[in-house]
Design a protein around this ligand. Structure first.
Ligand SMILES: Cc1cc2nc3c(=O)[nH]c(=O)nc-3n(C[C@H](O)[C@H](O)[C@H](O)COP(=O)(O)OP(=O)(O)OC[C@H]3O[C@@H](n4cnc5c(N)ncnc54)[C@H](O)[C@@H]3O)c2cc1C
Length: 378
């Protein structure tokens, strides 16, 4: 391969890398080369059209854009409009369908009651009394003190065990913070979002627009490593995992991964909703996605596509960081080593930061990093 001259080399064409590429090329008028190990742009937000059904699906799991950050939305809306999709999750337990997160309707349906909000709150308070603690030590303790044993066992325990491959007693309590409990009928998943929806023309179009400046060049199917000599550049923005970059010298960072199995069904509708959880142990998968419901504004054929999600052990596709003390310590060693030894490498994004970032957080982090680059790098 011949030598590539560039001002900024960006490793990874996900949201973090592409937002920075767009800013650097359009605002600083610098040359950017993005190298991407996959054969497509967009990182885990990538969407494509299923050939047989014509349905657009998200290859790495359904992605719902939601934010309360006005700066992020003011930036993103230059590249896309959103449809009216509002996320709702259902859960199938013992052949019945329940609303998630647990709300008043879930409580009444599960316990066969007709409570109002206050009655439901008192009922759950009673159920959780014996589990209440000042400092819950793990996921299970936190869940039990918030929702009690019955709801925990039905909807959360086995689901969590399948998702993380660990006993919930071995998981940090912070993971439970992501699962709210409501004593009203609100069934929207992201109840505080100012902006929510799915990009009208899919996610991939956003990435094409982000990288449309001729100063940006994207090279696919190229895995970056520090020994590469054929790229002459001033700065590297690295958005991949740090352990892999540094040859696992301080050990391997643990990730939870996911496999998706697609199936075409010869009817218009399978489950009425874009996602249904399957918390029971007898199912190896955790949820079924039906992407046609992400775009109700589109006219699709009388076939539908369903995608079953199977959690996996750490493999080549890292999805969720296992954010415990051991992994955080390993990650901080890599971070420190890089900043001491490679002054021209800037890191960021969910893989390099070993963090779970929603898309709006990723965009906010990239915009902040751009401000840093603009001030500090000539
Ligand atoms: C299953 C799942 C569902 C999600 N759903 C939502 C949702 O509904 N709403 C929401 O807001 N957020 C969601 N997210 C989060 C969202 O995916 C992230 O915020 C976003 O993708 C992060 O972008 P990134 O650029 O940091 O990382 P990525 O998208 O992972 O991009 C990193 C890119 O770097 C490439 N790369 C890595 N190492 C190398 C290397 N050595 N050489 C070359 N290329 C390399 C990778 O191939 C990848 O393309 C979800 C995440 C997951 C895992």
């Amino acid at each position: 391969m011949k030598k590539i001259k560039t001002d900024f080399l960006i490793v990874g064409s996900g949201l973090y890398g592409c937002v920075l590429a767009e800013r650097i090329a359009n605002k600083l008028k610098k040359k950017v080369t993005i190298i991407e190990k996959r054969n497509h742009i967009g990182g885990n937000c990538y969407s494509e059209i299923d050939k047989l059904t014509g349905i657009e699906f998200h290859k790495y799991g359904s992605h719902i854009f939601h934010t309360s950050n006005k700066n992020v939305w003011n930036y993103l809306k230059k590249f896309t409009s959103l449809n009216n999709y509002k996320h709702q999750v259902l859960s199938k337990y013992k052949s019945k369908i329940y609303q998630m997160p647990i709300n008043l309707k879930t409580i009444n349906q599960f316990y066969d009651k007709n409570f109002n909000s206050l009655e439901a709150e008192n009922f759950i308070k009673n159920k959780t009394k014996k589990f209440r603690k000042k400092n819950p030590k793990n996921f299970e303790e936190k869940a039990l003190m918030q929702i009690g044993q019955d709801l925990y066992k039905a909807f959360i325990k086995n689901y969590t065990e399948k998702q993380w491959g660990k006993n919930p007693k071995k998981l940090p309590s912070s993971i439970f913070n992501r699962l709210p409990l409501r004593f009203n009928d609100n069934k929207t998943y992201f109840k505080n979002a100012l902006i929510e929806g799915i990009p009208l023309n899919g996610y991939t179009e956003i990435f094409k627009k982000l990288t449309s400046n001729p100063l940006i060049n994207v090279i696919y199917k190229k895995n970056f490593n520090l020994r590469q000599k054929n790229i002459v550049n001033n700065y590297i923005i690295y958005t991949g995992p740090l352990d892999k970059l540094l040859g696992y010298k301080f050990g391997k960072l643990e990730w939870r991964s996911v496999k998706f199995k697609k199936k075409i069904i010869n009817k218009k509708n399978f489950q009425d909703n874009s996602v249904v959880n399957y918390p029971e142990k007898k199912y190896k998968f955790t949820r079924i996605h039906e992407p046609r419901h992400l775009h109700e504004e589109r006219k699709y054929k009388n076939k539908t596509l369903i995608i079953k999600e199977y959690p996996q052990l750490n493999n080549d596709e890292p999805y969720y960081p296992v954010n415990n003390i051991k992994n955080r310590l390993i990650h901080s060693k890599y971070r420190k080593y890089l900043s001491n030894n490679y002054k021209n490498i800037i890191i960021g994004g969910r893989l390099a930061d070993y963090a779970y970032y929603d898309m709006d957080m990723t965009i906010a982090a990239a915009l902040n990093k751009f401000n840093y680059i603009k001030k500090n790098i000539k």
